[in-house]
Design a protein around this ligand. Structure first.
Ligand code: CUA
Length: 175
């Protein structure tokens, strides 16, 4: 079955290759016939290019402005509150679970066994930040909590039978 598919695609590829070569060889002779057509088509193409550029460039800039990179960079000033996290089957080990609101937090995340997903949810269970917990590697989340409350940490990657039990909390309080 695979052999047949391979033969069929080989034949098709050869046909396309011959087609391309044929067109390439013959394209010289026909240039004059297409002269006017080429001119108007190219004109249209140029207009289309600028129309697309004018529509998409502002749209792209507008969308990129919403990325939080600047915010997290600005928040990075001053010493961050560091939390070291290690994922285990099936619990999170954290050296600290209380941080101050409005001040940068740096979370260093790794794993002792398999891949886990470290996901932080705000009190209304909206995901606010996440990173992979990988064995032999440390991922860093830089985040500034702007609301007080108890944030929940859930594992975001299936890691075995008790994956759903990998929960913990980060308490965000007054500074
Ligand atoms: Cu750890 Cu799923």
């Amino acid at each position: 079955m695979q052999e047949t598919a391979w033969m069929v695609s080989l034949v098709l590829m050869l046909l396309i290759t011959f087609g391309v070569i044929f067109v390439a060889i013959n394209s010289d002779k026909r240039q004059e016939d297409y002269g006017p057509l080429v001119k108007s088509a190219y004109g249209f193409r140029t207009k289309l290019f600028w129309a697309v550029a004018l529509v998409f460039l502002p749209a792209m800039i507008f969308n990129l402005m919403d990325l939080p990179y600047d915010v997290s960079r600005a928040a990075g000033k001053g010493a961050p509150q560091v939390i070291n996290v290690t994922g285990h089957m099936w619990y999170w080990e954290m050296d600290r679970d209380e941080v101050s609101v409005g001040q940068p937090v740096e979370i260093h995340i790794t794993s002792a066994d398999v891949n886990h997903g470290f996901g932080i949810y705000d009190p209304s269970l909206r995901l606010v930040a996440q990173a992979q917990a990988m064995p032999g590697y440390t991922n860093v989340i830089r985040h500034t909590f702007d609301k007080e409350g108890t944030y929940r940490v859930l594992c975001m990657e299936y890691c075995g039978v008790a994956h759903h039990n990998m929960m913990t909390e980060i308490k965000v309080g007054k500074s």
